[in-house]
Design a protein around this ligand. Structure first.
Ligand code: MLT
Length: 323
């Protein structure tokens, strides 16, 4: 009996090695857990476009929005670990989510095969063009004076826009009214239409509108200014201490995906990040290109572990929870 079991196990290994050898044989689905047009979607389409060329198969983006990105990530985590379903996660879905969803159906540190970091995304405080403040100090004063009369847009509890919005509110001690969207793509449309007041969003989503003057930007929450928005002051320069945060987006596969397939996917991602045109598209939007050392699956695993540890106390202290 034992010989049969060993034989079957060896056969199974041989089959998966053969599958990995010929992978990919058909299009790959990349689940983006937010609505089309937002930062996660934009990054997925930019890197996915070049990854398709290296892999020789189309990477098809599937937007599965809801619950701050956890709906899409849950579906991706439960998909077959055959390399044909991957996902674009980020600091919210793979950092904040455990603190905000006690019954979360996945563990960011255990239920995935990390592929690699795709882009860093500094956070920017943006407001509708009609917002009655001309700089960050005026904005904060207005927020303090008007509390819940001010509406903050976000992409669902646990999204980057939500968690950084909570962080911002705890720093300036205000409690705005939250308005939930299926992504900050749709939220930005309402900001441009002056029908929601402000949000803290990833630079790759709002840079074109800031450059075009269709929305207001008060500051970027990083120690240095962004080359994509050289005239936008940092929060520190604008007089606000204690609010510095940069998000990140990264590619994951479900746990159990074979090391050979993980390597092929990581190789395609690294080639995309080294491609001049792909780099330019990300940099023009203010994205930050990961360094070589930051691009490995092991580096991403370490980042996820440290981010879950970092954000859990911050969000619990802010009393934020989805349930
Ligand atoms: C978020 O976390 O706010 C999302 O990245 C927004 C989006 O991608 O639509």
């Amino acid at each position: 009996m034992k010989k049969i079991v060993l034989g079957l196990a060896a056969l199974g290994l041989a089959v998966s090695a053969a599958q990995a050898q010929t992978y990919p044989q058909r299009p790959i689905t990349m689940i983006v857990p937010f609505a089309a047009g937002g930062p996660t979607d934009v990054i997925a389409r930019i890197v996915g476009d070049h990854m398709s060329r290296t892999l020789g198969q189309q990477i098809v983006i599937e937007n599965v929005a809801g619950a701050g990105g956890t709906t899409g990530i849950t579906r991706a985590a439960q998909s077959q670990p055959d390399g044909y379903t991957i996902m674009m996660g980020h600091m919210g879905t793979h950092g904040a989510a455990p603190a905000l969803y006690p019954s979360l159906k996945y563990d960011p540190t255990k239920d995935f095969a990390p592929i690699g970091l795709a882009a860093g995304t500094p956070i920017i405080i943006v407001a509708k063009k009609d917002f009655p403040a001309k700089d960050l100090k005026g904005f904060v004063d207005y927020m303090k004076a008007n509390g819940e009369k001010v509406n903050m847009a976000h992409a669902g509890v646990g999204s980057v826009s939500h968690m950084t919005g909570i962080f911002f509110s705890s720093v300036i001690k205000t409690k705005p009214t939250m308005v939930t969207y299926r992504g900050t793509g749709p939220a930005l449309n309402d900001l441009m239409a002056n029908s929601v007041d402000y949000m803290t969003d990833q630079i790759v989503n709002v840079a074109p509108q800031i450059q075009g003057g269709t929305i207001k930007a008060f500051a970027i929450a990083t120690p240095e200014r962004s080359p994509a928005l050289p005239n936008l002051p940092t929060t520190k320069e604008a007089g606000l201490d204690g609010f510095e945060v940069s998000a990140w987006n990264a590619v994951f596969a479900p746990k159990g995906t074979s090391p050979e397939i993980v390597k092929k996917l990581n190789d395609a991602l690294v080639k995309a990040l080294d491609d001049e045109n792909t780099k330019k598209r990300l940099l023009d939007l203010g994205g930050v290109i990961p360094t070589g050392a930051e691009r490995t699956p092991a580096a991403l695993q370490k980042l996820v572990e440290s981010e879950v540890a970092r954000w859990t106390p911050v969000l619990k202290a802010a009393g934020a929870t989805a349930e």
